[in-house]
Ligand binder design. Structure first.
Ligand code: ZN
Length: 133
């Protein structure tokens, strides 16, 4: 199953937990694993807090300090988004989470977030469900 999500800024984190849970609900998976994977090399799927949206901003700011947007990257000769590829590669395009009693088994402060590094644009997210036997 896949869904698309539109980012509205060059860099942002977007909570996609409800969209993933809706797919689990629709498929009536009670126990198992859920893999969430974005089909892009300049975005990432992360688990983070969303109760305080400043956490997302802090994360983006820290990543910008570690991986500045302009640093003479070789790839920038092609399309000027090397920093976005590097951030995506470090954070990872996907995460696998447990499903328990029909719900994503997340901690109280955990959400599934799409991290956008080269927006705004439309992003595809693939959700693969593996029910327990
Ligand atoms: Zn590129």
């Amino acid at each position: 199953m896949e869904f698309s999500i539109s980012s509205s800024r060059m860099q942002e984190v977007i909570d996609i937990t409800a969209k993933v849970q809706a797919i689990i609900d629709k498929n009536k998976v009670l126990e198992g694993l859920c893999n969430v994977f974005t089909l892009h090399s300049t975005a990432a799927v992360i688990i983070s807090e969303n109760y305080d949206p400043n956490i997302g901003t802090d994360l983006l700011n820290v990543l910008d300090r570690l991986i500045p947007q302009k640093a003479g990257y070789l790839h920038d000769r092609i399309d000027s988004n090397a920093h976005a590829h590097i951030k995506s590669a470090i954070l990872g395009a996907g995460k696998t989470l447990p499903i328990q009693e029909g719900k994503l088994r997340l901690g109280q402060w955990q959400s599934i977030m799409l991290a956008e590094f080269d927006g705004p644009r439309s992003r595809m997210v693939h959700v693969e469900l593996l029910p327990s036997p």
